[in-house]
Structure formats: structure tokens, C-alpha cells
Design a protein around this ligand. Structure first.
Ligand SMILES: [Fe+2]
Ligand SMILES: [Fe+2]
Length: 313
């Protein structure tokens, strides 16, 4: 990286507004980060859509609609920022295969029971909120930094919704058990939002280019500090706890370990190297191809109907 540029980025008030202020590698990393974000926000809609179909009341359905509208809005912001950088977003949205989307792995799964939505909001949206809050405060890219004001507020609504749904579920032994089962498979997938541990990685590109300021480990601690006490307060077991000796939260299970995708079960007896985790990410989860195929075929159907309308008119 250009030395002068690197020095400038260290200044908290140094904000980049246009591509001509960027180095080649800054722009490339920004595009990668925005694509990850755009794809993650978009694919969140499909998981929530699967929860919509399970919603027990009209009010819960309305909540799902609000969540989907928010996530679509977040995706739209990120794709628009990519388009402003000269990226062909039509091609990205409608021509890639599902397994070419760059979303967070946890988004590759259907929600299969109502209680999972509460856990999804509490674990995944809190992870998203933790990451984006830092970027909103510290990002070096002005257009993104400003847009995150809206996103951050809405993510707070999502994580509060998670708390509400989980507290509702605690009133009944069966639904409480379903929350526990959801936490058992979703907790470590949420943990993975924060990337590898620092011992395996030096400064990330997000830190280097100040897309955010905190490290993976610092952000992970912030996330732990929200989710672990909450689940403890409702007597749901999580595979993490506060460690007095290290004054930090730590996993209480071995990780990385093998994840049985078909049965959504972590095998703590079977340790897996990070390369296996990365391989699982590359292989992708079970529902992403269906999500994207459905989304793209609906778009194409609508486009052909529109063409038909034009011809008739
Ligand atoms: Fe979002
Ligand atoms: Fe969200």
C-alpha cells in the first residue's frame, strides 16, 4: 500500500468519498467487503421468508415482513454502493449461481421452526449489528459510513425482536426446548461471523483499510457480551462463558470442530483444522442454491411479463 495513503488512513477524520481518491487495492478490498455485505443482507431475506411461512399469528407475519423489508433495504444500499464504484450489479444479482454468492455461511440455511427466527435475530443480527456499528463509527469510506446510520438502527430492532421471541418461547416447555436446539447448532455459526482467531491472522484488510477499527477478536468479545448474558438470563445453555482469569468470554467447547451439515450438529469430539472450516464455506450450505434459483426465476418471470405488457400496450 502507498505509504502516504496508509498514513492518511490512520487519521480517524480522513474520509474517502470517490474512487479517484482510492488506491487500486483499497478499491478492490472495498468492493469485496461490500459484496460480502450485500450478498449477506440479501440472502437473509430468504431465510426470514422461510420463517414467515411458519409465523404463528398475523402479527408475527407482519414482523417478518418488516424484517425482510429492512434486510432488502440494507442489501439495496450495499449493491448501490457497488454500482457507484462501476460494478455491474444486474449481472451480480441475476446471473451468478447460488454457490457464487459471497454471503455469510449461516445464511445458507432455511429456518425450519418458528423459534429459530428468535435465535437467528439474537445471534446473527447481533453479530451484524456489532460489525456494522464499528464501521458506522470508524469507516474510512464516507458513502458507506453515512448509509450505516439507518442500517444500525434497524439491526437494533432485529436483535430486540430476537429477545422478544425468545422470551415468548420460554413460557412453554416445548418451545423452550426448540430454542435450545436452535442455539445448539446456530451459536457457532454466528461465532464464525467474526472470522478466524487473531492467532491465525494478522491485521485483516478491513482493519488495514479502516472499513472498521476493531479486530475480529475485539468484535467477537463485544458480541459475546451481548448474547451470552442474555441466554444465561433465560436459562438457555450456550457453548461460551465469561472467564474471570482472562477477563474475557471464551468458548467452552473445542473449536474448530466438525459440523454435520445434514443433521445440523457439531461434533465436539472431532476437531477440524481451519482449512476444513474454509472448505465447508466453499462447499456452501444446503439451501443457498434453491434460494437464489427461486429469486432469479421470479425476477426473470416478472421481466418477461413486463415485456409482454409493453408489447400489448
Ligand atoms: Fe441487515
Ligand atoms: Fe438484520
Amino acid at each position: 500500500m502507498d505509504r502516504q495513503f496508509a498514513e492518511a488512513l490512520k487519521q480517524q477524520d480522513y474520509i474517502i468519498e470517490t474512487p479517484n481518491q482510492m488506491t487500486f487495492s483499497y478499491k478492490k478490498s472495498l468492493e469485496e467487503m461490500l459484496l460480502y455485505l450485500a450478498d449477506t443482507e440479501l440472502t437473509a431475506v430468504f431465510s426470514i421468508l422461510s420463517a414467515y411461512k411458519l409465523a404463528p399469528t398475523i402479527n408475527h407475519k407482519i414482523t417478518c415482513l418488516a424484517l425482510m423489508q429492512d434486510e432488502l433495504g440494507h442489501a439495496l444500499i450495499a449493491y448501490q454502493l457497488l454500482r457507484d464504484l462501476g460494478i455491474d450489479t444486474e449481472n451480480l444479482l441475476y446471473e451468478r449461481r447460488g454457490d457464487q454468492f459471497n454471503n455469510q455461511y449461516a445464511m445458507d440455511f432455511d429456518i425450519t421452526c418458528w423459534e429459530e427466527l428468535g435465535v437467528y435475530n439474537m445471534l446473527y443480527d447481533t453479530a451484524g449489528y456489532t460489525l456494522l456499528r464499528d464501521s458506522h463509527k470508524n469507516s474510512s469510506y464516507g458513502p458507506w459510513k453515512r448509509s450505516l446510520k439507518k442500517v444500525e438502527k434497524e439491526e437494533i430492532f432485529h436483535l430486540r425482536n430476537g429477545r422478544t421471541l425468545i422470551k415468548e418461547a420460554m413460557k412453554n416447555e416445548d418451545s423452550k426446548q426448540r430454542v435450545q436446539s436452535a442455539v445448539d447448532w446456530m451459536f457457532l455459526l454466528a461465532y464464525e461471523f467474526f472470522g478466524t482467531n487473531e492467532q491465525f491472522q494478522e491485521k485483516t484488510l478491513s482493519e488495514t483499510y479502516r472499513f472498521r477499527l476493531s479486530s475480529n477478536d475485539e468484535l467477537r468479545q463485544q458480541w459475546f457480551a451481548i448474547v451470552v448474558p442474555f441466554f444465561e438470563s433465560v436459562s438457555i445453555r450456550v457453548p461460551a462463558a465469561y472467564n474471570e482469569q482472562t477477563s474475557s468470554y471464551m468458548l467452552t467447547v473445542p473449536y474448530p470442530c466438525h459440523f454435520d451439515v445434514g443433521n445440523k450438529k457439531w461434533d465436539y469430539e472431532r476437531l477440524a483444522p481451519w482449512t476444513d472450516v474454509i472448505r465447508r464455506f466453499v462447499r456452501r450450505g444446503p439451501d443457498i442454491n434453491r434460494f437464489i434459483t427461486t429469486f432469479q426465476s421470479c425476477y426473470k418471470e416478472l421481466a418477461s411479463l413486463r415485456q409482454g405488457d409493453d408489447g400489448d400496450g
